[in-house]
Write a protein that binds this ligand. Structure first.
Ligand code: ADP
Ligand code: MN
Ligand code: MN
Ligand code: MN
Length: 341
């Protein structure tokens, strides 16, 4: 038997975006615990905007477990927040709203800025700007990426791979101090669970560098020529991959158009600052799609058309602060309105 350090992680009740919370429970197991072996736990919901003070207990239900290679016998346990009965999902539990579909696949491209002393890494401390965007994207050298960012993003990648998170890649982004990683998962909740744990690992790693992860979609504001951050959401269902067809695709895009406001509502706050029609975006009040068009709301990969309108689509509107649970939930809800007969 060994004592395992189980970090129970959940999303709090803050609006418009939840924060990650975590606390450690020590328990003995013969081997690395399976999900079934992990008990439910409780927390004080009045401290996380999830309950009133007089009746403040909420429950944590483990839904995914990952090895934590930063610790001896460590585990990261993603949890859903439940009511005291342990069965009813809490109103803040967006994961519970995701239609369960093992054949729904999502790929999220998370962009973010690393910040130190209130400015992106590599920006002059006393104010002002570094040379304009151009050579930062996928760049190399101190001039392009500074000195600690590479260590942070490479360590983050290793820790995520150790945890079994299905990272597909990382890259330096268009703005100085801006980075991206991509996670892909099969199953309607898989990539979203892994995204929240990857965010947790990144934020925790950055603590020791005195660096903050800034997930805001336009941290430098709308008036300067610096890119914002998105979380492009690539998705496919079994029907899209195996049957597809032009008329199904067009019906799907009509449904996305019809529900565009409901989509925008869960695609992250302040998105009007980012979805302006500039910097490879469509404006927030419009919906369109385009083949290989990075200025569209939904980009249709060349491969999709070449395969007879089969494959995956990229919704480019979700932003870097969006909750992947809410995004996946909404996308599947809209897809479900389109007949597949
Ligand atoms: P780009 O930056 O050009 O948009 P990326 O390589 O960063 O391209 O992201 C493409 C994303 O599409 C990846 O996250 C990948 O996992 C995802 N993806 C690929 N195939 C599928 C599929 N069949 N269903 C859902 N997502 C997919
Ligand atoms: Mn990308
Ligand atoms: Mn990108
Ligand atoms: Mn993309």
């Amino acid at each position: 038997m060994a004592k395992y350090k189980l970090e129970y992680i959940w999303l709090d009740g803050y609006e418009p975006v939840p924060n990650l919370r975590g606390k450690t429970q020590v328990k003995e197991f013969a081997n690395f615990p399976t999900l079934e072996e992990l008990p439910m736990w409780g927390f004080d919901g009045s401290s996380t905007r999830q309950a009133e003070g007089h009746n403040s207990d909420c429950m944590l239900k483990p839904v995914a477990v990952f090895p934590d290679s930063t610790k001896k016998n460590g585990a990261l346990v993603m949890c859903e927040v439940m009511m005291p009965d342990g069965k009813t999902p809490h109103r803040t539990n967006a994961r519970a709203t995701i239609h369960d579909d093992p054949d729904a696949w999502f790929g999220f491209e998370q962009e973010y800025f690393l910040y130190k002393d209130g400015v992106p890494l590599g920006f002059p401390k006393g104010g002002g700007f570094p040379p304009p965007q151009g050579k930062y994207y996928t760049g190399v050298g101190y001039d392009a990426v500074g000195c600690i960012a590479r260590e942070i993003v490479d360590t983050h990648l290793d820790l995520c791979l150790d945890a079994g998170i299905n990272h597909e890649g990382i890259n330096a982004e268009v703005a100085k101090g801006q980075w991206e990683f991509q996670i892909f998962g099969k199953g309607s909740r898989k990539a979203a669970d892994q995204m929240w744990i990857a965010r947790y690992i990144l934020m925790r790693l950055c603590e020791k560098y005195g660096v903050d992860v800034n997930f805001h979609c336009k941290p430098l504001g709308p008036d300067v020529d610096w890119n914002g951050s998105g979380m492009h959401s690539n998705f496919s269902t079994k029907h899209m991959r195996e049957v597809g067809g032009k008329s199904y695709f067009e019906a799907l895009m009509n449904a996305f158009d019809k529900h565009k406001n409901e989509h925008i509502a869960v695609y992250g706050p302040d998105n009007h600052l980012r979805l302006t029609g500039l910097h490879e975006t469509q404006s927030i009040d419009k919906f369109n799609y385009g083949i290989a068009n990075r200025g569209a709301s939904v980009r249709v990969p060349h491969s999709f058309v070449n395969n007879g309108y089969k494959g995956y689509l990229e919704d480019r509107r979700p932003n870097s602060q969006g909750d992947p649970y809410k995004i996946a939930s909404r996308i599947l809800q809209t897809i479900a309105t389109v007949p597949t007969k």
